[in-house]
Write a protein that binds this ligand. Sequence first.
Ligand code: 13P
Ligand code: SF4
Length: 343
Amino acid sequence: MTGTLTTASEPSGVDPGDAVDAPPGPGWAEEVRALARRRDAVLLAHNYQLPAIQDVADHVGDSLALSRIAAASSASTIVFCGVHFMAETAKILAPDKTVLIPDARAGCSLADSITAEQLRGWKAEHPGAVVVSYVNTTAAVKAETDVCCTSSNAVEVVASIPRDREVLFLPDQFLGAHVRRELGRENMHVWAGECHVHAGINGRQLTDQAAAHPDAELFVHPECGCATSALYLAGSGAVPADRVKILSTGGMVDAARATGAKEVLVATEVGMLHQLRRAAPEIDFRAVNDRASCGYMKMITPEALLRSVREGTDEVHVDPDLAGRGQAAVQRMIEIGNPGGGE
Ligand code: 13P
Ligand code: SF4
């Protein structure tokens, strides 16, 4: 059995127009930094955050890098500019720290695509299987998990599991298909969840863009609906194989610094373009789908961040029982794979 496919969704009760409000006024960034210092807080921002939020943060990175920074930080407060599961993960790794997210409504359609109850049912069908959960899951799902992974170390995490052990991989079907392909592993079952933003970046868009920009490299996030098409383009010779790269968001920044390409097509959430352009201003980066914006990520506005460091909102709590049960799985995640992506 694989999971039920979750319908694509945007944050409810939020006008997407709210998500792009202008900074509160000149000097807001200085005020955020001063208030953060006063709270002994470190400001972390995911690569999909609004440019203004990325620019004010102490660290910008992918989910693995930010988890490691949260675990190692000496600050007593972590302000997580990202989505809720990321802040929860930081709290699991650093239970004694105060963890704030500027807007606790910032959820994730992928994390919503499997519940702990569904996972318990799936495990009952495969007794003895090793459960590998993407970090984009709730704390309750992590509590039912053997080892977590992110897009930058999913292949290494599954490779670390003895080959004769059955694996349940969840919740992202496209990342799961990528891992299965990379490792040629048949005894790996993949849940049929997806992220509504990445699922919306499809093979047709990628193929059309690749044809219109024949010299461009392709940077493709493995959560994308077009990841299989990217490999097809490489395999069929339509795009030289060495120009097609399946990468985490942090891996994209590292690849941008290393590539000699003049033009790169980027298949992921559009917030990514900001860090890529900062890393390699001479390269022309183009979104494969320029409407691929995550409304949850964009709920972290300058106003919300200012309120967060001023008032200590929204504090993230994880049930201590769930945190204790999920801790080992998250700890294994940050121990596997190379540093990168913002560290
Ligand atoms: P990364 O782990 O590549 O940063 O991707 C995370 C993600 O999908 C957040 O939406
Ligand atoms: Fe979740 Fe997708 Fe948004 Fe990432 S881009 S936070 S996976 S909904």
